[in-house]
Structure formats: C-alpha cells, structure tokens
Ligand binder design. Structure first.
Ligand code: ASP
Length: 587
C-alpha cells in the first residue's frame, strides 16, 4: 500500500506500506539507522536494521536524496514516541530501499525553518519551497482560492477568463508592453486589471462575474508589491454599493472559516473616508488596537505657545494628539528619538507631555496650563503613566504623521494581536484627488468610478468636492482592495474623460470600443477586486508577499531562479521590428 509520509497512525501497525519522499534526517545509533522521509504531507520515521540487505545503502543516504522505502508499520518502543509529529507513535521497519535520485549538498537546510539569506532562497526556490513554512503557506493559499471559488459559485457567479494580451489603456500605473511580430511597431499591453473587460461582460449580460485574475503593473517595487499579482476580481449588474459590500464581506467570512477554521470576523465596521482619516490618520488603519487620534486645536486658541496657537488660528491647521500608553516612563533620550522619527515621517516636530506620577513633564511645560494638559489628556482618555504626543501642522500632514506614529506606538507597545483579523470598510472616497506631478485632479480610483448620484453638477464647478461610490476593504492596516459602482451612461463616461483633459480624438482612440459598448444598453453595475497575495500573506501570518507566492520577483523585479529578465539575441529583436538603445550588458 502506497501512503503519504504524514498518513500513518497507531491503527496502521502491522500493515505493509510503501513511502516515497525526501531524506529529511538521518541518525545512526545503537547499531540502527533512523531515517525521516518527508513529503508535502509530513514525515515518517524509517528504521534500518544492520541485518537487513538495504542497511549499507541506508548508510549512504544524504539530505534531500529521493527514496522509496517499503516495510512494516509498527508501534515505536515505549518512551521513543514523538508527540510533535502526527506519525510520532509509529515507525516503519524497512525491508526494501531504493534511491530514486541523489541530491547535491543543499546550500541551506531544508528541514528547518531557520533564517536563510533571501537571495539564496530565491535562487534555489525549489529547495526553499520544500521547507515546512512554504509548504504550509502555499497550502493556505490554495485553500483560500478554493473557498473563494466555492463561495462565488454558490452565489451564482460565473468565472470567466479575460485575455492577457490587451489594448494599452493605462489605468494609472505603467503597463508592461508586448511587441506584436505580425503587426510591426504595434504593442499589446498586459492587463493591470480586467476592469474594462469585466464591465463589458456586464454589458454582455453575464450579471455576476468573478475571476482569479493575474494582473501586471510595471511599478517601482515596494515591500508589499510584486510586478505581477493575483486578484479576486468581481463585477455585478443591477447592484448598489451595499449589495457589493454584502457579497464581498460574506466571501471573506466564508474564506476565513473554510481556509483558516477561524470564527467569522464580521460584521465589518464601516467608516467614511473623511472619518477614518480623522480618527486614524490613514485610509488603511490597523484596527487591532485603539489609540484614536484627536484634533485638540480648540484647546489652544488662546495659548501662549505660538506653534499651537498658529495652527489653532489657521483654518487648515490642526494640533493632532495621540496617546502613548505607559509612555511617561520614557527617558528624554527616548523622546528625542521619537521626535527624530516624527521628523523623518514628515513632521515639523513633536511636542510630548509625560503624565508622570510625580507631575507633568514636557519640554514646553512652561507654556502649558494645567487646564490645557487636562483637556488633552481628557480628549485621549489618558491616565497617569501615559504620554501624549502632539503634532501641529497643516491638517492633512499632521494627520498623516500622527497616523504613522500611532502605528509605531502600536508596535512599540505590542498592541497588535497576531491572531486577530480586523477587517473594515472605508467608503465615500473623493472622486478625484490632486495629482502631485501635474497639480490637476486625477481619479482617486479609476475613471470608470461613479460619483454619488446627486453630485454630477459639481463636475465643472468643484470636482475635488465630489464624493464617489468607491469603497476599500482594509485588514490589519493593509488595503486588501478597492471597488466602485461604475458609470454606465456613455455621456457621463465621456464627460469624465474630457474633465481629465482628454480630447475627443484621444477618447475615441483609447476608449472608443468601450464607450461604444456602453451605447448598447449597459446595465447599472459595480464590483471590486481584492489582492489574493495580500489575503494569503495576512492569513498565513507572514510579513512579505514573497512568502505566499511560489515564484516571486525580488525588490528589483528580478527572478533569481530563472534569471529574468535577460537581454535577447539581436535576431529576436529584429523579428519584432525592435532595436535596443540600452548599453550592452556588463558581464
Ligand atoms: N480594477 C480595480 C483594481 O484593480 C478594482 C475594481 O474597481 O473593481 O483596483
């Protein structure tokens, strides 16, 4: 009987089995050889007896050799059981051993989850993936994706594939381009998301679409980005924002139950964009802890402390306060360090007030009345022993810095429970935000997002005041994804493109096919996309997307195992009517 390496239990004692797997560990003692054989399923202990013909071969086994063993399952002698593994009560007495492949000495230990140089892991990814952590992570990922498919199937969604070779219609990020050989000088783009195609599927009458979709964005990489990633992509017809939120929330609750076996974390709280910024200084708050921010500028309208009074008197100014639990015991040097950090985060400075048991301490205490301190402490529900950190600045910046400082305090005070999953919705985003490069309004989500129904008249007069039917799902301080109710009237879609500075010709050239589709009876529709990599990362308790992607790219978008990207021979470029202007690669 062929069995997996994690399968055998006491009840199997007496049966004769075959195991196939990798040599995980070998111990020679007491004249016997013990070999742990490993596969995805687990580890089983094999015992070789010196009297047996395969003993000599067993002596030659090295880490990561591939074996086939046959033998009888038996109870381990009393006192030698291993409670840490599921097969720990039994062992297999070998009577046949075959070495199916030999392995070179691996560059790192595969049988332990110890820290290994990141580049080495990527270069020998096949060995890295054999390690318990990666086997566990990719299993969790599989379960998540399966639960997603099961859920959407049960709600009458169809999974429909959209192409990878599409028209270049940048959605914000830079696109990957693919030169066409048969249309010299023309290019396909790889999709940043199936956005337009899923909307067209609604026009095509499919009503409820989902896809586990690969997306590509040629961005400068950050710790939590990969150039290609996987989204749960969803679109629905004849729905309101609440309908989309209900489906996505139920999906996440189902996934958590199915894939992690964790009680449902819902219902998810909902925050308006403005509110979430005011309370947490970010639109992706980590809600596993409190420490809400408070604008205390009203307290300082008449203060002698000019830094605060200036902000209190200015319309756009703010004095944002955040509590540091137990912070009164920090030393002056600690506070100097925090001030330095605040400056790196973009603050002009930081005012701290320590509510020490022997009195209030602060570098600006001579300007602060007892009533001022009591008012701020009261607003933050602070107690003796806490410190108060205050940031005076233009409101958006003060909130941003305080939000980051809140996260920092969360880390320093260990306020994040790793077993908790704090989901939240953020709604009512602005339709446009000012693009820092051009100074002009740009879509906060994408140009297909509908504003609130009553706001079209603001499009010319005050576009930045328009609110959108755009929502984000947030988990533990990460944005899992965004979605919106879409514009389904062709005239309105044209108006938005025009407002973004596109000429009629440009609209026709880039989006003509889409507007034409809208012209033929488009149902009202909306949807969302969630990052599967991020969901898997958070569900697996990992801190980097690379830990839940089988073959990820490095920070600089390289695949170290395949060694990609690489230059290609001139001949291939000629076929594509391309000529490289890059300097020849250095060897
Ligand atoms: N296409 C959007 C994105 O990839 C999601 C959506 O609006 O459905 O972010």
């Amino acid at each position: 009987m062929k069995v997996n390496c994690g399968a055998l239990r006491l009840a199997d004692a007496g049966s004769h089995v075959e195991l196939n797997g990798w040599m995980n560990r070998r111990r020679d003692h007491g004249g016997l050889i013990f070999v742990d054989v490993r596969d995805r399923d687990g580890v089983t202990q094999i015992v070789f007896d010196p009297k047996h013909p395969s003993f000599a071969l067993a002596e030659t086994l090295r880490h990561e050799d591939v074996l086939r063993v046959r033998g009888a399952v038996r109870r381990r002698p009393a006192g030698t059981e291993n409670a840490k593994i599921e097969t720990g009560e039994v062992e297999v007495a070998a009577d046949e051993l075959e070495v199916l492949s030999r392995s070179l000495v691996p560059p790192f230990q595969v049988n332990l989850d110890e820290d290994v140089d990141e580049n080495l892991r990527m270069q020998y990814r096949y060995l890295d993936l054999r390690r318990p952590r990666m086997q566990r992570n990719l299993t969790i990922r599989h379960k998540i994706v399966k639960a997603i498919r099961d859920f959407f199937d049960s709600r009458n969604f169809l999974e429909i594939e959209t192409p990878l070779l599409v028209k270049s219609t940048p959605e914000g990020a830079r696109e990957y381009l693919v030169p066409s050989r048969i249309h010299p000088g023309s290019f396909y783009a790889l999709p940043q998301s199936p956005q337009i195609l899923k909307q067209i599927l609604m026009i095509a009458g499919f009503g409820r679409y989902m896809q586990i979709a690969r997306c590509m964005r040629d961005e400068d990489l950050r710790a939590d980005r990969q150039p290609e990633f996987t989204q749960l992509d969803v679109e629905m017809s004849f729905v309101s924002q609440d309908d989309v939120l209900e489906i996505m929330e139920s999906a996440m609750i189902f996934v958590w139950q199915q894939a992690l076996g964790i009680p449902a974390p819902g219902p998810f709280p909902r925050y308006r964009h403005e509110e979430v910024l005011a309370r947490y200084g970010t639109d992706k708050p980590d809600l596993r802890f409190g420490l809400e921010l408070v604008d205390v500028k009203e307290t300082f309208r008449a203060t002698e402390f000019k830094v605060f009074r200036d902000q209190a008197e200015s319309r756009g100014g703010a004095v944002i306060a955040v509590r540091y639990p137990g912070g009164a015991t920090l030393s002056r040097r600690d506070f100097d360090g925090l001030t330095e950090l605040a400056k790196q985060l973009g603050a002009k400075g930081l005012v701290w007030i320590a509510l020490a048991s022997d009195g209030v301490k602060s570098p600006v205490s001579k300007f602060l009345s007892d009533a001022d301190v009591a008012a701020v402490a009261g607003a933050l529900a602070a107690q003796t022993g806490d410190a108060l950190l205050l940031f005076a600045d233009e409101r958006a910046r003060a909130l941003d810095v305080s939000g980051r400082m809140r996260n920092e305090i969360g880390s320093r005070c260990n306020l994040r429970d790793p077993g908790r999953f704090a989901f939240a919705w953020v709604t009512d985003f602005p339709l446009f935000e000012v693009d820092p490069d051009t100074g002009k309004p740009a879509p906060a989500h994408h140009p297909f997002t509908a504003p609130n129904d009553d706001q079209w008249e603001l499009l010319e007069s005050d576009p930045l005041a328009m609110r959108a039917q755009h929502y984000d799902l947030v988990l533990n301080g990460f944005e899992l994804g965004s979605g919106s109710i879409r514009i389904h009237k062709p005239d309105f879609q044209r108006k938005i493109f025009a407002m973004l500075g596109m000429s009629d010709e440009e609209i026709e050239e880039r989006f003509g096919f889409f507007i034409r589709a809208l012209d033929y009876g488009a149902p009202p529709h909306g949807g969302m996309a969630l990052g599967i990599d991020r969901i898997a990362m958070l569900a697996a308790g990992e801190e980097n997307l690379r830990e839940v992607i089988a073959f990820p790219k490095t920070q600089v978008a390289r695949d170290l195992m395949m060694d990609a990207p690489t230059p290609v021979p001139e001949r291939l470029l000629r076929d594509l009517s391309l000529k490289s202007t890059a300097p020849p690669p250095k060897d």
